[in-house]
Design a protein around this ligand. Structure first.
Ligand SMILES: Nc1nc2c(ncn2[C@@H]2O[C@H](COP(=O)(O)OP(=O)(O)OP(=O)(O)O)[C@@H](O)[C@H]2O)c(=O)[nH]1
Length: 615
């Protein structure tokens, strides 16, 4: 059999665990709240409605701070545990786990001090609850949350916003569907103007989860009574109204014992001409029992949904943990392994960009297929081989003695001059491919999920990759310039061997006058010969430059982008490795929070399982 004790105790234990981890009703949380899934009873009432008196009466002890102004400035989660008759009463705070309070005056002081500890003496309010457990034979098993009294005006020393702040905080508790509202209203005031009922009506219009409590029945004007309210005619609720008679201010001043006060209250109802017929359903003791039973049955009915929400959250948290990555191992070997794993993941993605599978590698072919041919086409050979320039270069090459047969020197100079132009497009291709590769490195880093955790490692990999790409670029430039220089250093003899024949075949007359050699046609022919030679070289380079670029840059990037980095890595000590695995603090924080939540939810699941087993 599940006992009341175990069910309410279960929720108590989960609530305490929640508070330790910063999950409480009024707190703002980036995680879904377990607290909110748990049924709880929140006590709300306007100032001086008798809220503190009701709570003390339920406990049977004076223990709440008194004073003017807003005394309750943090929620007080009051967990009552019934103990065996005759055993000693004591109290315990969650924030002072090792200390048992048997003096309830000291409990009052501790509540006050603990309130100030978070809110300062500024009279601000805070949503962080204080947890107080009371073990006593005079209580029923019950958990109540005491909230600041609703007020209409700030008093001296309090910030103007306090009125709204209190309402917002109280609302954050009572608007949750799992919250049972204990709404306290004084009988000597029109129920229609009760702050507690106003708020309760707003957040629970059907009155399903609101318990109406009417205090100060003894202070009503002679000849009037509160039967209309208590019998549900003035204000209908699904739960019964409970009337209460607390100690008056005079009783408090006289230090009237709470147990005596309870007896007096019982007598009041038993002998009251107005409420005698309701006596068994009135008073603070009855209220405590009613709430305890109700809370227990609500918890019982919610257990399945709480369990399934816990299981769902555990799944979510576990998958988030997987996503965030597991914590870093402590030994250097494992750390090195992690670094290598991450590097390999990056390299794999980078290769996919080059080889296909991921976009971007095709842009390299774009350089060879479009950019390079277009650049070659744009080279200013027309100008270089204009009649004028050919004549000038050939004449200059001849010097004082004009050439007699073919202008060997002239040809050479013209060709060398033309070939020089090829350096530009050759180097530009290298640069263009370099930028594509750099961009792919950047992209790949962004796409390496494993790297997101480690900003330092990420920066180091980026730096190492870019440094390697620069080296490959230098090498590639040297190689393509060499290709061009090779073309100038040795001309293709065959081409020229074939020339005169062609010229003669086409030109026709071998007996043409010698003076023709220095005429326009002669230079034009030279220009056109050089032009076709240069065209032939251009075709060759169009093919060989891409080969050189791929060999020096693309293939190298694929094979040894991080080779140097790996060599340096091998020399690193444990401490330096750990620096590489220095995680983003926000992420570490999130993982830590996730882990804590996971622990909480698993503990909650175990708690629930343990109760189910005893059934
Ligand atoms: N006679 C009589 N006096 C009561 C009753 N309930 C409360 N009082 C008195 O009303 C005053 C306010 O009661 P509290 O219990 O302090 O009310 P509260 O709502 O906690 O007030 P704050 O803490 O100021 O918000 C005290 O002087 C109590 O003695 C009651 O049922 N009968």
């Amino acid at each position: 059999m599940t006992t009341m004790e175990s069910l309410i105790g279960l929720v108590n234990r989960i609530q305490r665990a929640c508070t330790v981890l910063g999950d409480y009703g009024g707190g703002d949380n980036t995680f879904s709240s377990l607290w909110e899934a748990l049924p709880s009873v929140a006590v709300v009432g306007g100032q001086s409605s008798g809220k503190s008196s009701v709570l003390e009466s339920i406990v049977g002890r004076d223990f709440l701070p008194r004073g003017s102004g807003i005394v309750t400035r943090r929620p007080l989660v009051l967990q009552l545990h019934k103990t065996d008759e005759g055993s000693q009463e004591y109290a315990e705070f969650l924030h002072l786990p090792k200390r048992r309070f048997t003096d309830f005056g000291a409990v009052r002081n501790e509540i006050q001090e603990e309130t100030d500890r978070i809110t300062g003496k500024t009279k601000q309010i805070s949503p962080v609850p204080i947890h107080l457990s009371i073990y006593s034979p005079n209580v029923v098993n019950l958990t109540l949350i005491d909230l600041p009294g609703l007020t209409k005006v700030a008093i001296e020393g309090q910030p103007e916003t306090i009125v709204d702040d209190i309402e917002t905080m109280v609302r954050s508790y009572v608007e949750k569907p799992n919250c049972i509202i204990l709404a306290i209203s004084p009988a000597n005031q029109d129920i229609a103007t009760s702050d507690a009922m106003k708020l309760a009506r707003e957040v629970d219009p059907s009155g399903d989860r609101t318990f109406g409590v009417l205090t100060k029945l003894d202070l009503m004007d002679k000849g009037t009574n509160a039967l209309d309210v208590l019998e549900g005619r003035s204000y209908r609720l699904q739960q019964p109204w409970v009337g209460i008679v607390n100690r008056s201010q005079a009783d408090i001043n006289k230090n009237v014992d709470m147990i005596v006060a309870r007896r007096k209250e019982r007598e009041y109802f038993a002998t009251s001409p107005d409420y005698g017929h309701l006596a068994s359903k009135m008073g603070s003791e009855y209220l405590a029992k009613l709430l305890s039973q109700h809370l227990e049955s609500v918890i019982r009915s919610r257990i399945p949904s709480i369990t399934s929400s816990i299981n769902k959250t555990i799944d979510e948290l576990e998958s988030e943990m997987d996503h965030l990555g597991r914590p870093i191992a402590l030994d250097a070997g494992a750390q090195l392994y992690t670094v290598l794993e991450v590097c390999r993941a990056f390299e794999r993605i980078f290769k996919e960009h080059l080889d296909g599978g991921r976009p971007g590698g095709d842009r390299i072919y774009g350089v060879f297929d479009n950019q390079l041919p277009a650049a070659l086409k744009k080279l200013p050979f027309d100008r270089h081989l204009s009649l004028q320039n050919v004549r000038r270069v050939v004449s200059e090459a001849d010097g004082y003695q004009p050439h007699l047969i073919a202008p060997e020197q002239g040809y050479r100079r013209l060709i060398e001059g033309a070939l020089n132009y090829f350096r530009g497009p050759a180097e530009a291709s290298v640069d263009a491919v370099h930028f594509v590769l750099k961009e792919l490195v950047r992209k790949s880093i962004g796409e390496t999920q494993e790297l997101k955790r480690f900003p330092t490692l990420q920066a180091d990999i980026a730096a190492a990759s870019n440094e390697a790409l620069e080296r490959f670029r230098d090498e590639s430039k040297k190689t393509v310039v060499r290709l061009v220089d090779m073309e100038s250093s040795y001309l293709t003899v065959d081409f020229f061997r074939k020339l005169p024949q062609e010229v003669e075949n086409k030109g026709g007359n071998p007996q043409a006058p010698v003076t023709d050699r220095y005429g326009e046609g002669h230079f034009r022919r030279i220009g056109s010969n050089v032009s076709s030679y240069v065209g032939m070289v251009s075709d060759t380079l169009k093919n060989t430059i891409p080969k050189a670029v791929v060999f020096c840059q693309v293939k190298e990037a694929k094979q040894s982008l991080l080779t140097r980095f790996y060599t340096q890595l091998g020399k690193k000590e444990g401490k330096q490795l750990l620096q590489l695995l220095d995680e983003d603090p926000a992420l570490m924080e999130r993982r830590q929070q996730c882990a804590k939540r996971l622990e909480l939810y698993k503990a909650a699941r175990d708690e629930i399982d343990s109760v189910s087993w005893t059934r």
